[in-house]
Structure formats: structure tokens, C-alpha cells
Write a protein that binds this ligand. Structure first.
Ligand code: MG
Length: 254
């Protein structure tokens, strides 16, 4: 009887610690909080306030060399890659009235918080400019002494390889596009995949165990449904990127 109880408590402890291993990354910040907007400074502050492990943003390089934070290639008809910051971008306003932030403005806010920043380098039309974007982002993160608090993600294989090559040793770079095998990501020195949930739910369910076996960390996006959040918690993935950080927080008991 005593031994049974002991086994039960060990099993309970193990399941609690497996649950606690998954970290929350707020997708484009915690923008669903009242008064916020995707990729806004307040979306980072909200993620930080509720204690998210990480908060994600998307970045583009403008024609005049300013790294700006936005998801889509264009905002209100202004194509970020070909517009100038000084001319067209600096006056753009987000849905909640905040200005469309530069990365530099973002880093100043991150500096005051505890939550990590996950920077997604968007796929630029011009590969040369995409490379320049990677280099500028690394330079700014170094300038603000945030190297140890920033992780990187990219759909572009070119940007992923450049980040791995140029970022300071120990920097974690994750690949988003879902088309590279665990072995391939291990070989290039990526920290792991940051793949769409459907890759693991249906296309390559076997990859979850394979990534773990190779010692890579798994991040999965964008998981918002309760049953899918539970699935990935149970699988013990390292990170879940979600638009519902408070829901996930409750489920993890954090
Ligand atoms: Mg993104």
C-alpha cells in the first residue's frame, strides 16, 4: 500500500514537472488584452505583465534602413520594404492609436521588462535587403545589450542560415517553414523547429519524438484551441506560441 502511494506521488510529481516545462510565447504580443494591438509596444507590456516567457514580433527593413515592427508586408497601403521611414512609415498608426513602432523603440520597452523577445525576420522580396535586415537587427539588439534575452525565428531559410552564422554564440534560432526534417535542422545548428501545429498534428507526428531525441527544442504556432494546447502540453514541447496566453497560463497552472 505504502509503495503504491509512493509510486502515485512520484507519477504525480513527474506529470506536474512535465507540465511546468512548457513555456508561453505570446504571438505578436498579448494583443487581445483590452486597448492593445498586434505588434504594439503595449502588446509586449501585456505579455510581460502576465508573466509570459516570450513575446513575439515581426520585423521589416524600410528602404532607408530602419527596422520596423509589423506583420504584413504593407500597412494601410504602405509597402514597408520599399517605403521610407522618414517619409511614409513614421506617421502610421496602429488600430489602438499607438504609432507603428521601430525595433529600436521596441527594444527600449523590452529593456524595462522581464519577458524575452522573439524576433521574426520577415521574408523580404530582395534577399540582399533581407540579409541587411538580419544584420541591422543583430546590431540593434547588441546596442541595447539584449543579446541574452532575444531569440530569432524566420520562414526564410536564407535568413535562418544568416542568423545562425552571424548571431553571437548561444543565440537560439528557430526555423518556421515546416519543410526541414529534424536531422536537417540539427545539421545547420538551429535551436529547433518553430512549426505550425498541423505539422505535428497531422503531417509529421513522428517528428516530435525525433526532435527531442536529437536534443532540439520544439516551438509550435499558433495554438489557440484548448484541445490542441492540451495536446502539446502533454507532449512536453518546450514552447507554445499562442494568441491566448492567459488561457494557456491557466492550463499550465502558472
Ligand atoms: Mg510572426
Amino acid at each position: 500500500m505504502k509503495i503504491q502511494k509512493l509510486f502515485l506521488s512520484v507519477a504525480l510529481l513527474c506529470s506536474v514537472s512535465a507540465m511546468a516545462d512548457t513555456e508561453i510565447i505570446a504571438h505578436r504580443g498579448y494583443w487581445r488584452a483590452p486597448g492593445s494591438a498586434q505588434n504594439s509596444l503595449s502588446s509586449y507590456q501585456n505579455a510581460d505583465r502576465i508573466g509570459c516567457f516570450g513575446s513575439e514580433i515581426d520585423v521589416w527593413l524600410t528602404k532607408d534602413g530602419v527596422v520596423v515592427v509589423n506583420h504584413d508586408p504593407s500597412y494601410n497601403g504602405v509597402v514597408l520594404e520599399t517605403a521610407t521611414y522618414a517619409g511614409e512609415v513614421k506617421n502610421l498608426k496602429l488600430a489602438n492609436g499607438e504609432k507603428l513602432p521601430t525595433l529600436e523603440e521596441y527594444l527600449q520597452v523590452v529593456k524595462k521588462g522581464k519577458t524575452r523577445l522573439v524576433i521574426e525576420i520577415k521574408t523580404h522580396k530582395d534577399m540582399w535587403r533581407e540579409n541587411l535586415c538580419v544584420d541591422k537587427v543583430l546590431e540593434l539588439v547588441k546596442k541595447y545589450k539584449l543579446t541574452k534575452r532575444v531569440d530569432y525565428i524566420a520562414f526564410s531559410y536564407n535568413a535562418t542560415l544568416r542568423l545562425i552564422e552571424k548571431a553571437p554564440k548561444g543565440t537560439e534560432v528557430y526555423y518556421l517553414n515546416g519543410d526541414k526534417s529534424p536531422q536537417e535542422l540539427k545539421q545547420i545548428g538551429a535551436a529547433g523547429p518553430d512549426y505550425n501545429e498541423n505539422i505535428f498534428l497531422s503531417k509529421h507526428p513522428e517528428w516530435l519524438a525525433e526532435f527531442k531525441r536529437l536534443g532540439l527544442k520544439v516551438n509550435v504556432w499558433t495554438v489557440d484551441k484548448k484541445e490542441n494546447l492540451q495536446f502539446f502540453i502533454d507532449k512536453g514541447v518546450e514552447f507554445i506560441t499562442t494568441n491566448e496566453p492567459e488561457l494557456l497560463k491557466g492550463m499550465l497552472g502558472k
